[in-house]
Design a protein around this ligand. Structure first.
Ligand code: HEM
Length: 251
């Protein structure tokens, strides 16, 4: 008898719960598990499932046990989240852990890549011709038909540019409150700057991020002991003896 009563109470609870949301837009929920069942059933076709809901109500709120997922597709909402109130919408603990290898703490590990290029820029010196006599901002006079060379390799190592720890590899020097800060392209000159800045910069970053994320996800690398690390003098910064590494699979 007692069990029957409990079963009836639970059944009524479920029926009332389902009835009360008959006019609701968005995914229907069940007591306790909320919309988890519907979300799970549609996991493999998530975009189609949300397409249906977003077409009907523009913003879809999916209640889940202990939390709520809100899906937005209206440009004004997207601008609010991505710009107007940006500080209020960090990646979040859970997503940070899923994407850490790829994203790191900056945006896509740019801090590590940029610090590497500060110390080892692919173009270590970049000469320019001089058409007419000129005076540089520090008073240096340059003569027509001579040559002026800016030095990315050395600019990245100058204490007057980067502080007393200029020689140290410190990706975190680019982070301010956990967010990557771009240095002036006239100070970090690995890609040149001004009207003739490298056109492939974004593409190069994308390739480096992908290679770094995939290689570091599956392997770790150690320099072969006593291997001489030395650059070869040529237009691009290449290595006199290559870079010999021991490569091990991450377990
Ligand atoms: C880490 C990778 C790279 C570095 C450090 C780099 C650096 C540079 C530098 C210093 C220059 C100026 C050269 C000069 O005029 O004296 C330059 C120019 C250029 N780069 Fe890159 N580059 C990289 C990758 C790429 C990639 C992947 C592409 C193409 C997809 C690319 C396309 C170009 C082009 C088209 C220019 C000529 C721009 C112009 O003169 O107007 N670069 N790059």
């Amino acid at each position: 008898m007692g069990i029957c009563l409990i079963a009836c109470a639970i059944l009524s609870w479920i029926l009332i719960h389902r009835w009360s949301q008959r006019n609701n837009r968005g995914p229907k929920t069940w007591p306790l598990v909320e919309a988890a069942i519907e979300q799970l059933l549609n996991y493999d076709r998530m975009h189609d499932w949300l397409f249906k809901h977003l077409s009907q109500s523009k913003t879809v709120v999916v209640p889940m046990p202990f939390t709520t997922y809100t899906y937005i597709a209206v440009p004004a909402n997207v601008e609010h989240v991505l710009k107007t109130n940006f500080a209020n919408y960090p990646k979040g603990e859970a997503y940070h852990s899923y994407t850490e290898v790829l994203l790191g703490d900056g945006i896509f590990n740019v801090d590590v890549i940029t610090e590497t290029l500060r110390l080892n820029p692919a173009v270590p010196q970049d000469p320019k011709g001089i058409l007419e006599d000129d005076v540089l901002p520090d008073g240096t006079r340059v003569k027509a038909e001579g040559m002026v060379t800016y030095m990315p390799y050395l600019m990245g190592r100058m204490e007057y540019n980067w502080g007393s720890d200029a020689a140290s590899f410190k990706p975190e020097r680019r982070l301010k409150d956990g967010v990557f800060q771009n240095a002036s392209p006239f100070k970090f000159t690995a890609f040149q700057a001004g009207p003739r800045i490298c056109l492939g910069k974004d593409s190069a970053y994308l390739q480096m991020k992908m290679a770094l994320a995939i290689l570091c996800r599956f392997f770790y690398f150690n320099l072969v002991p006593r291997h001489p690390v030395k650059y070869r003098m040529m237009t691009i910064l290449s290595m006199e003896h290559g870079l010999k590494l021991n490569v091990n699979k991450r377990l």
